[in-house]
Design a protein. Structure first.
Length: 199
């Protein structure tokens, strides 16, 4: 494809813009979450370690690549098609991330928590998958791999978030079952985890 203005630098800028957009979307929800009372917290050392691994893979390691070009030995040739796909995927992930925050409202929290007045959300983007916010993070990981032509920086997001996801999702569903019982059991029966109809 003859699109000479799409260079590796553009891929890096799109990645950075996506991450900044992610923080802008989350900021007001983070502030509100701090003020919302909690009924139960499930924060253990495992939860904190998995959050740190995820943040390294989606943030720290690719940031070192974007700003310092390291580790150079893991570079591979840049692809314009991959960069365009990565941009579209990151845009969709940002939209989905925004929607999950609007739908979850006060029920959202960074770690596993149940609020005093927690309600089970099953509509909007929660209608067909029960972890659409995690779908959005997976898509960030896919977009990162497409935008950054470096084996380590590109794949770090999928490995980092994947670690958090698989360490957490079972516990989260157990917590929701304890809290909502049959209501959540029925919801599980008619939804997938992160990909509608598939998984
Ligand atoms: N796993 C969800 C939510 C991530 S935020 C997603 O990927 O979209 C994590 C918090 O959201 C958990 O502490 C839990 O209390 C809350 N939560 C998860 N699913 C929910 C639902 N369907 N309705 C209301 N709250 C939910």
């Amino acid at each position: 494809m003859e699109l000479p203005f799409i260079t590796p630098l553009v891929g890096k800028i799109v990645w950075l813009a996506g991450v900044i957009g992610w923080f802008i979307i989350r900021y007001p929800h983070d502030r509100r979450a701090r003020r919302t009372p909690k009924a139960r917290r499930y924060v253990g050392i495992r939860e904190l370690i998995s959050l740190a691994i995820s943040a390294s893979g989606l943030g720290l390691i690719p940031a070192v690549y974007v700003f310092a070009g390291a580790p150079r030995f893991a570079d591979y040739p840049f692809s314009i098609v991959a960069a365009i796909l990565g941009t579209a995927i990151f845009a969709f992930a940002l939209w989905l991330f925004h929607r999950t925050h609007t739908d979850l409202g006060r029920n959202w929290s960074v770690t596993l928590e149940v609020r005093n007045q927690h309600s089970l959300v099953t509509e909007g983007v929660y209608n067909r998958v029960r972890h659409p916010m995690y779908s959005a993070f997976w898509l960030w990981g896919v977009a990162q791999a497409a935008l950054l032509p470096n084996w380590i920086a590109g794949l770090a997001g999928l490995v980092g978030f994947g670690t958090l996801f698989f360490l957490r999702v079972g516990n989260e569903e157990r917590m929701m079952l304890e809290t909502f019982g049959d209501e959540y059991r029925d919801y599980m029966k008619r939804t997938a985890r992160i990909i509608p109809g598939i998984y």
